[in-house]
Design a protein around this ligand. Sequence first.
Ligand code: NI
Length: 171
Amino acid sequence: MAILPILVAPHPVLKTKCKPVDEVTPELAKLMDDMLETMYDAPGIGLAAPQVGVSKRILVIDVARQDEDPQPLKMANPEIIWESEELGVYEEGCLSFPEQYAEVQRPARVKVRYLDQNNEAQELDADGLLATCIQHEMDHLEGIVFVDHLSTLKRNMILRKMKKALKQKAA
Ligand code: NI
């Protein structure tokens, strides 16, 4: 396994809609493992392929608490096939927006269909943090980032901070 560099916003790949995969080949299964290792190392609870520069519909998630066993999820071509009318709010962050957090409202429960690491079709009912995380990572596959859900004022505030950090890093 390998730790991959994570792209930080603003970056054009993070705004690009990703292509579905034809099947989960051994190469893509390895990419999933590398993404998971990269996510654990960061550390984070979710990572989408465009965040490591790959415009494919692939994501990995593990929302297990530190005192729990790992619960890694690896998904290709995820689709939300049902979502609750009830909404939930979480303070979200993103590995492509270091140190930036904001509350985002999303459906509280979702049912998702996807291909697993062995190219087998799976369905999963998710609620709470897992439901939020799945929707956040799936947004990435559409070129949508969590700040796109915020008011213009809040979004611009975060983007300004990101640009400032980028300049400081370059200086
Ligand atoms: Ni993210």
